[in-house]
Design a protein around this ligand. Structure first.
Ligand SMILES: [Zn+2]
Length: 191
C-alpha cells in the first residue's frame, strides 16, 4: 500500500456493494443523497431546494451531476461542493461526476417554495422575484434598498420595515428591522 496514493474524484466510503445502476432508481438515490446536503449558512435548507442542483443525468458510463453555485464570491460554495462529493461517495460515488455549470447563472428565483417557507421560519425574509433583468448576459448583483419596495417581516408579516445595513450575517443578505415588532432580521437579496 502506498501511503501517498492520489485518490481521484469522489472517495468511496463504506461497504457499498451495489454497482452503479443505469435506471431511474439510481438517479433517485443521487437526488436523495443531494437532498441531504444543506447550505452551511442556512442549515434547514437543502441544496436541491435552493436550486443549486441543476440536473442528474447519465453520461456514458458515468452519472453527471450539474450544480450552479449561488454566486462566485460565496464562501459557502467550496464547502457545499465538498459536502456533495462526500454525500455521493456514500452511495458509491465512483461513477458520479460533479460538474459546475455557470450559465445560466443561479438566481434566487430558483429557490423552491418549500425553502422560502423554511427561510421565513428561520427568521429570514425570502427573496422577492429578481425581475426581468435576470436573464441578461451580464448580471449585476443588486443590493437591496428602498427601490425594491417593502420587505415583509418574517416574524409578524408587517411591511413597515427599514433597511439597516446592506449586508447582513452574510454578503448575500441585507439587514432589516421591523418597525412594528422591532425585530431585526436578514433579507435574502434577490439576484
Ligand atoms: Zn415584525
Amino acid at each position: 500500500m502506498s501511503a501517498g496514493a492520489i485518490v481521484p474524484r469522489a472517495r468511496t466510503a463504506g461497504p457499498v456493494a451495489a454497482p452503479t445502476g443505469s435506471g431511474a432508481g439510481f438517479a433517485a438515490s443521487i437526488w436523495k443523497a443531494l437532498a441531504g446536503v444543506v447550505d452551511p449558512e442556512i442549515p434547514s435548507i437543502s441544496i436541491v431546494e435552493l436550486g443549486i442542483v441543476r440536473s442528474v443525468e447519465r453520461s456514458g458510463d458515468d452519472w453527471l451531476v450539474s450544480i450552479t453555485p449561488t454566486y462566485s464570491g460565496c464562501p459557502a460554495t467550496r464547502v457545499i461542493e465538498s459536502d456533495i462529493r462526500d454525500a455521493l461517495a456514500q452511495i458509491g460515488g465512483r461513477d458520479i461526476r460533479v460538474v459546475t455549470q455557470l450559465a445560466p447563472p443561479w438566481t434566487t428565483d430558483w429557490i423552491a417554495p418549500e425553502a422560502r417557507r423554511k427561510l421565513r421560519e428561520t427568521g429570514i425574509a425570502p427573496p422577492k422575484p429578481s425581475g426581468p433583468g435576470r436573464a441578461a448576459p451580464i448580471r449585476v448583483v443588486r443590493t437591496s434598498g428602498p427601490d425594491d419596495g417593502p420587505v415583509a417581516c418574517p416574524r409578524c408579516g408587517s411591511l413597515r420595515t427599514v433597511l439597516v445595513a446592506r449586508f447582513g450575517s452574510t454578503a448575500c443578505k441585507a439587514q432589516y428591522r421591523c418597525t412594528d415588532c422591532l425585530e431585526p432580521f436578514d433579507y435574502f437579496k434577490p439576484y
